[in-house]
Design a protein around this ligand. Structure first.
Ligand SMILES: O=C(O)c1ccccc1NCC(=O)[C@H](O)[C@H](O)COP(=O)(O)O
Length: 298
């Protein structure tokens, strides 16, 4: 019997086994992935993978993302450039994604996430280029990665991290993409929606695992998903709570659950004060200092 690395969970059915949640979660995801596949095949015809590989080796040294997302005095923030979403429709114009990312960085974000998917999120690789050129913190390519080509593309466009969604990938393919990402200098953020997927993420070799509170069947956000799944992920893995962070209160809750970082999109792009909002999320996630400062009157 395989041993589960998730705390408090007996080893379940084999990853990818019929009847597991990954079988049924695919409706919304299926549609997005179909677009992703068509898009990447079109780009592959224009820019062969060999060209991307050359560009990737000229893209500079990627940042150590695990270190950037962990440590310090509390829960870090990954701030997202997000124009639209399937759940909410258009969110924000974002004429200058680099300027937005610059505001995030000034507010103290540990990383910037850039949605590069066009049809559902209004993003593109130009956004990734622009953000990469502006900020010094790690940059995450947030897309629906199903092929090695997209990882080379991410690195060629200067990303330090790339998202891999467990529910979109069979286990051997997930493990291959995790290994390739690491080989080419990307840190994969491997996204799970339940315990079984979190276990698959860890088994695939992920060192950074995200728990997404958004159910990809209904698009409903349920922060209880994070409460249930995230604390069970081993402590040697960087734990990221994703979606539904509407303000400091939720960031504080995710911090108390043990999140090393929170990934926030909508609240930041719609709030109109990205720099201050990032700083407030960071303050909410700060751990109380071990030695309290001396009272001012001493
Ligand atoms: O945001 C969506 O509606 C969505 C739908 C289907 C697949 C993925 C989706 N979002 C991607 C994300 O993971 C979020 O952009 C990210 O976690 C930030 O979430 P939020 O702060 O709630 O905007």
């Amino acid at each position: 019997m395989t041993r589960s690395r998730l705390a408090g969970r007996p080893a379940g059915p084999a990853p990818g086994h019929p009847g597991t949640r990954e079988e049924t979660v695919m409706n919304v995801l299926d549609g997005i992935v179909a677009w992703a596949r068509a898009g990447l095949e079109a780009r592959r015809r224009e820019v062969p993978e060999a060209v991307l590989r050359d560009r990737a080796s000229a893209a500079g040294t990627p940042v150590d993302c695990a270190a950037a997302l962990r440590g310090g005095d509390g829960t870090r923030v990954i701030a997202e450039v997000k124009r639209a979403s399937p759940s909410r429709g258009p969110l924000a114009e974002i004429a200058d994604p680099a300027a937005l990312a610059g505001e995030y960085e000034a507010g103290g974000t540990a990383a910037v996430s850039v949605l590069t998917e066009r049809h559902h999120f209004g993003g593109c690789l130009d956004d990734l280029d622009a953000v990469r050129a502006r900020v010094g913190v790690p940059v995450l390519r947030k897309d629906f990665v199903i092929d090695a080509y997209q990882l080379w593309e991410a690195r060629a466009h200067g990303a330090d991290m790339a998202l891999l969604i467990v529910a979109a990938l069979e286990q051997p393919h997930l493990a291959d993409l995790v290994a390739l990402a690491v080989d080419i200098g990307l840190t994969p953020l491997v996204e799970a929606h339940d315990e079984a997927e979190a276990e698959r993420a860890v088994a695939a070799g992920a060192t950074v695992v995200g728990v997404n509170a958004r159910d990809l069947r209904t698009l409903e956000v349920d922060t209880e998903t994070v409460a249930r799944v995230l604390p069970r992920i081993p402590r040697d893995v960087v734990r990221v709570a994703e979606s539904g962070v509407r303000g400091p209160e939720c960031a504080a809750r995710y911090a108390a659950l043990g999140a090393d970082a929170v990934l926030v999109g909508e609240a930041l792009v719609t709030g109109g004060r990205p720099r201050a909002a990032v700083a407030e999320l960071l303050a909410a996630g700060r751990r109380p200092s071990v030695t309290p400062p001396p009272p001012a009157w001493r």
